[in-house]
Design a protein. Structure first.
Length: 279
């Protein structure tokens, strides 16, 4: 069930939701945590998908904003970057630190809300800011996020973003009657308020904190926010796939863990990869 009512405590509500889910995510086969310890070359499916677009990141100083339990952060470190992971959930960072230790990778993890990342991390000293799938929807103000990204990057530093497409976030998850636009495409002052049990990966855990607040941001709003901060767009590629079963019906999974529409894949983008450089 959803509504569009405001809240002055969205961060606390979302943190409680993520704190409860982080241990379950680490135990779920959906995150493949055990594979990181078993195989020193293992990379998360998200990073593997975009590895050709990432290029050589060996030796770069990188920060992964909203890193959750650190699977992508550790993967980037395995590709040679000197990584810092930042997340607002202390429970998620417990799992992230345990993952890095078991994987034999050195990563610094910092607990912080993303909007103050440039106040708790060295400003203007990062070669790479990485943000992965399912991060921007938890932020109410995309302009403020873009300002943080620009402040963290050194001149010539690069933002690398793969995200759920705002068109996907606008679709109703139940597609039994076809694709239906049910949620805002553009950023709104008030959040969408969801009250739903469960999570997006397989788990038997029963959760108590099921309320979450989220916002969509149009693709033009995201690009314009970065341009307003003096960033130069160098890539914008839309994809017909997404690394989880985002819609309840009508999707098929490939051998790499990406999900696509079973029919008419050309009708809607599901994710995108964006790169931008600080001038």
């Amino acid at each position: 069930m959803t509504s569009t009512v405001g809240s002055s405590d969205s961060i606390a509500i979302n943190r409680a939701n993520w704190d409860e889910r982080a241990p379950a995510h680490a135990k779920s086969p959906g995150y493949n945590v055990a594979d990181f310890a078993a195989d020193p070359g293992y990379l998360s499916e998200v990073v593997r998908f975009d590895r050709p677009r990432l290029g050589d990141i060996a030796g770069l100083r990188g920060v992964h904003l909203q890193c959750h339990i650190g699977t992508d952060t550790v993967s980037l470190a395995r590709l040679g970057a000197r990584m810092t992971g930042l997340d607002f959930s202390p429970a998620a960072l417990v799992e992230a630190r345990a993952l890095a230790k078991s994987a034999g990778v050195e990563v610094d993890f910092v607990e912080s809300d993303v909007y103050v990342a440039a106040d708790v991390l060295p400003e203007g000293e990062f070669d790479l800011v990485f943000t992965g799938i399912g991060a921007l929807c938890w932020l109410p103000d995309i302009r403020r996020w873009a300002s943080v990204v620009a402040r963290l990057l050194k001149p010539g530093g690069r933002l690398f973003l793969r995200e759920g497409h705002p068109m996907l976030w606008a679709l109703h998850e139940d597609t039994t009657e076809g694709l239906k636009v049910s949620y805002p495409y553009f950023e709104t002052p008030e959040p969408l308020v969801f009250d739903e049990p469960g999570t997006y990966v397989e788990t038997e855990t029963q959760f108590e904190h099921n309320v979450s607040h989220s916002w969509n941001h149009g693709l033009g709003e995201i690009v314009s926010a970065l341009l307003a901060e003096g960033m130069r767009l160098t890539m914008l590629e839309e994809h017909d796939c997404v690394p989880w079963k985002a819609l309840l019906q009508g999707m098929v999974e490939d051998e790499h863990g990406e999900w696509r529409l079973a029919e008419h894949r050309e009708r809607v983008p599901l994710t995108y990869t964006l790169q931008a450089v600080r001038g």
